[in-house]
Design a protein around this ligand. Structure first.
Ligand SMILES: [Zn+2]
Length: 257
């Protein structure tokens, strides 16, 4: 997904306790973390971040007392365990101003296993007012126990050129969905069996973009259904499921008789 997709998902105001932000480049990941932080502290309940409340304004200026970013000390390769222990203590405290406290960990894939286990303790029983955002170039370095407790946001650059084959498949799929053409849908997903993980991610991103472009034709209900289906598809790709399994999911969800 790109930043616009993430914004769409956060706007309901229902947030997860912990996110892993990966994909794209470091500045894009920081941008995504900032967006999650603003959504978390915004004083509105819906359409967050509103951009105008006191919390949003402070967050945008980078002076909100309830948003912190933990960074590695230069030259130190891994985070020492103490850094995570003190983060845990701060996360337990009630936020100063906002309804939630946001704790962003840059380069979270550079936490030592001990540091990750310290982090895990707080992820297992997160204080209701805390949101954690782990930024990771290589999430495979995070322990499975940590990953399983986080919602993963896999970023695609906003203007990224998508794989042509994946984009074409997405186009065919959307046409079949628009026409409620079950057989066309089955035919459209056939090339997915041969797509790599990166190409499958591109396919999901292309579907999101197409869905947004053609929102009016789809109508609210079918658009929402498609986006939910794509969101699950993303998760399946992230979990290394094969193209044939993901395509089966798309057909099962999107077929309408
Ligand atoms: Zn706000």
């Amino acid at each position: 997904m790109d930043i616009s997709d993430l914004a769409g998902r956060l706007s309901s105001g229902r947030l997860f306790h912990a996110y892993i932000v990966t994909g794209a480049d470091a500045p894009a990941r920081e941008q995504a973390a900032a967006l999650i932080a603003r959504a978390a502290v915004c004083s509105e309940d819906k359409n967050v971040p509103c951009g105008v409340c006191r919390d949003c304004v402070k967050a945008r200026k980078g002076v909100h007392p309830d948003i912190e970013t933990v960074r590695r000390e230069e030259k130190v390769v891994n985070y020492p365990v103490d850094v995570m222990r003190s983060l845990r203590a701060r996360a337990a405290a009630v936020p100063n101003e906002a309804k939630r406290g946001v704790h962003i960990v840059a380069d979270a894939d550079y936490m030592s296993p001990q540091a990750q286990n310290a982090m895990l303790k707080v992820l297992e029983e997160p204080p209701s007012h805390a949101v954690f955002v782990l930024l990771a170039d290589n999430p495979q370095r995070l322990l499975e126990t940590v990953r399983s407790r986080c919602e993963t946001v896999y970023l695609t650059p906003e203007d990224a050129e998508l794989d042509a084959g994946a984009a074409e498949t997405a186009g065919n799929l959307l046409e079949a969905y628009l026409k409620r053409d079950a057989l066309g849908l089955v035919r459209a997903v056939q090339p997915m069996d041969k797509l790599s993980k990166a190409e499958l991610f591109d396919l999901m991103t292309a579907l999101r973009r197409l869905a947004r472009d053609r929102a009016a034709e789809l109508g609210g209900e079918r658009l929402e259904k498609l986006l939910k289906c794509v969101e699950k598809g993303d998760k399946m790709v992230f979990a290394n499921l094969k193209g044939s399994v993901v395509s089966g999911h798309l057909v099962a969800e999107l077929c309408e008789y």
